[in-house]
Design a protein around this ligand. Structure first.
Ligand code: NAD
Length: 292
């Protein structure tokens, strides 16, 4: 019998991820509030549903790729939500970048009803989703993680990093690093450019020196110097992740002054650039605020 996966959230990431599962011959049902997203999914051979409660029964696994914990909570626990219709034994895999402490509590509530939930957020962006090379950070018990692994293996490389919520903690921590790197890299690059250095030369040299990061190796050459600013990861979602990580630091009593400063600067750029901005546009924003 063919495995049936239910995929909830067919946006920038959910679209290429669900396609990889379809291309692997897995039966995939899909749901998204956005009709255009459902249409894209159906055109690739998926079975699109416009009613979540009809999609859920009969799925062996449900994958969520939604914006944030509020929406994950509403989709699972809201009126007419997943938990009202789910078959016993169905595994819920939250691949969204959600809030670790809320995920931990959610997993406990799901378990109390006899269900199973693991967190499996990803890094690697739209490119990694298309190529099936995502870094997948998984939190949950070993048996549940093992049962998700054959499906997750089509999407990238799985690292089981701890109990429920651990994947979401690591993902937020990763993005706090990534966002802070991008900001300071962009300030540093503007300084070099203003001094008269060629940006291509700077990146080439830094990438064999100690300042390199994903921002110098990937984001700056591809989306910023190329001036496409189309990474497919919004500024608003990056800011959400940074707030999750600094909130966690605060909760755990870890000093986070520099991280807070990074959040403040990203917040200013977000307010200025408006909804829909790509996260790589912070570099353009900085360039526009360079005098002379
Ligand atoms: P997106 O906004 O492109 O997609 C989210 C989708 O969820 C949209 O299609 C939206 O219509 C749908 N949606 C919203 N509310 C819904 C609901 N109640 N029911 C059903 N569908 C609903 O976001 P994305 O870039 O695909 O990111 C998804 C998650 O993955 C986020 O948590 C993000 O932080 C994380 N993430 C994104 C990237 C990236 O590069 N884009 C990389 C890693 C992780």
């Amino acid at each position: 019998e063919r495995l049936t996966i239910g995929f909830i959230g067919l946006g920038n990431m959910g679209t290429p991820m669900s396609r990889r599962l379809l291309d692997a011959g897995i039966g995939v049902r899909g749901f998204d509030l956005d009709a255009a997203a459902r249409e894209r999914f159906a055109q690739h051979g998926g079975t699109a549903f416009d009613d979540l409660s009809e999609m859920v029964p009969g799925c062996a696994q449900l994958i969520l790729m939604l914006p944030n914990s509020d929406i994950v909570g509403a989709v699972l626990e809201g009126d007419g939500g997943v938990l009202e219709r789910i078959d016993p034994g169905t595994l819920i895999v939250d691949m969204s970048s959600s809030e670790p402490l809320r995920t931990r509590a959610l997993a406990e509530r799901v378990a109390a009803r006899g269900g199973r939930l693991i967190d499996a957020p990803v890094s690697g962006g739209v490119g990694g989703a298309n190529a099936g090379t995502l870094s997948i950070m998984v939190g949950g018990n070993a048996a549940d993680v093992a049962s998700a692994e054959p499906v997750l293996a089509h999407l990238g490389r799985v690292s089981h990093v701890g109990a429920a919520g651990a994947g979401h903690a690591l993902k937020a921590i990763n993005n706090l690093m990534s966002a802070t790197h991008l900001w300071v890299t962009s300030e540093a690059m503007q300084t070099g450019i203003a001094f008269g250095l060629a940006p291509e030369t700077m990146l080439e040299v830094v990438n064999r020196s100690s300042g390199r990061s994903g921002s110098t190796e990937h984001k700056w050459p591809k989306f910023i110097l190329g001036e496409s600013y189309d990474s497919g990861f919004s500024l608003a979602l990056m800011l959400k992740d940074m707030r999750i990580a600094t909130g966690l630091a605060e909760h755990l009593g870890v000093p986070h002054a520099l991280s807070d400063a990074a959040v403040r600067h990203w917040q200013i750029a977000d307010a200025d650039l408006g909804r829909g901005a790509d996260h790589t546009e912070v570099a353009r924003w900085l360039a526009q605020h360079t005098e002379g």
